[in-house]
Design a protein around this ligand. Structure first.
Ligand SMILES: Nc1ncnc2c1ncn2[C@@H]1O[C@H](COP(=O)(O)OP(=O)(O)OP(=O)(O)O)[C@@H](O)[C@H]1O
Ligand SMILES: [Mg+2]
Length: 308
């Protein structure tokens, strides 16, 4: 499958701040790809390079096989872009603004403005400058989607949208993905990306520290397990269970993080009288919080490090 986005060794500094520090990324055609990381990680910088709003210091970026700087209007026409910071001022009405953008695209998408505005409950007669943050965001979403582009590049698309409209937005992403579009979206919140994304990349300090499918992440996140015995066992009895991490004993209850098959743990437990047990999938959000907390060393801990 061809790559819709291909980024290699991208470096970008603002003065002394190294915003991108050798970033590699590949987004396949037709996939929904989540781009997650903390504030200042370099998400918007990456996206601006893809949109040719910024030129990198080193490295290459390609969108549909073309460098953003060389793709020109023909490449731009295939992309719907939602910036992270929308500058929407002035007395022009939201509807006129969107009509104007459609005209710039040769009229493409003009006939979808009303339906999208209705779907997102946007009053098209309101002047842009009077719109609340969330309503401005709706204008941004509509202009990105209305011409049904092959590639959507969305920088924190749900920011400012209320929960109902966040769902509406995710439905829209699913619809476009089902129609064959590629979606690249940044977010701070794994939970929203989790339900739509095929794959997720985690960016930290200008580098990708992890890329995996949502399912792969979930498997690696593991399960929190707890076993209560009739009498306190020796913790050492479970030392040989390689899949059990962070094992601890509270009275007669053994708990820990299980990554992998439960067989060895169950066999070790079965040598004692088990009176209660529980196992629950660890929240992916916890996994991400670890990544956020980790230092640059996080890059080497992929899959290896124990985590709460
Ligand atoms: N125009 C600029 N001038 C100077 N430094 C900048 C500029 N834009 C970004 N930076 C710095 O580059 C780094 C990456 O910023 P970027 O906006 O790409 O992060 P981000 O991942 O989008 O963060 P957020 O989640 O807050 O949107 C940060 O340290 C930021 O302070
Ligand atoms: Mg940003």
């Amino acid at each position: 499958m061809n790559a819709a986005i291909h980024v290699q060794e991208l470096v970008k500094s603002y003065g002394r701040t190294r915003a991108l520090d050798g970033l590699d990324l590949e987004v396949r055609t037709g996939e929904v790809f989540g781009f997650i990381g903390p504030n200042g990680a370099g998400k918007s910088t990456t996206i601006r390079v893809l949109m040719d709003l910024l030129r990198p210091d080193a490295g290459t970026a390609q969108v549909f096989g073309k460098a953003p700087a060389e793709g020109g209007p023909a490449l731009r026409a295939r992309i719907g872009y939602l910036p992270g910071e929308l500058a929407m001022k002035g007395p022009v009405r939201a509807g006129d603004h969107l009509q104007h953008l459609a005209a710039l695209r040769g009229g493409r998408g003009r006939d979808r403005i009303d339906a999208l505005a209705e779907r997102f409950r946007l009053d098209l007669t309101r002047p842009l400058r009077t719109l609340s943050k969330g309503n401005k965001q709706k204008v941004g979403v509509i202009q990105a989607f209305m011409h049904e582009p092959e590639l959507l590049v969305l920088d924190e698309p749900t920011s400012g949208l209320d929960p109902l409209l966040q769902h509406e937005f995710l439905d829209l992403v699913r619809e476009r993905a089902a129609a064959g579009a590629t979606v690249f979206m940044s977010s701070h919140v794994l939970r929203e990306v989790e339900s739509v994304a095929d794959r997720v990349a985690i960016i930290r300090a200008g580098r990708i520290v992890d890329v995996d499918s949502v399912r792969g992440l979930r498997e690696r996140a593991g399960q929190r397990v707890a076993l209560t015995f009739a009498a306190p066992p020796e913790l050492a009895a479970f030392a040989g269970v390689a899949e059990l991490h962070d094992a601890r004993l509270d009275g007669a209850t053994l708990s820990g993080l299980l990554r992998g098959a439960p067989d060895a743990l169950l066999k070790a437990a079965a040598r004692h009288e088990v009176v209660a047990w529980s196992a629950r999938d660890r929240d992916l959000e916890d996994l991400f919080l670890d990544v956020y907390r980790l230092g640059a060393a996080g890059a080497e801990t992929n899959g290896g490090r124990d985590a709460r």
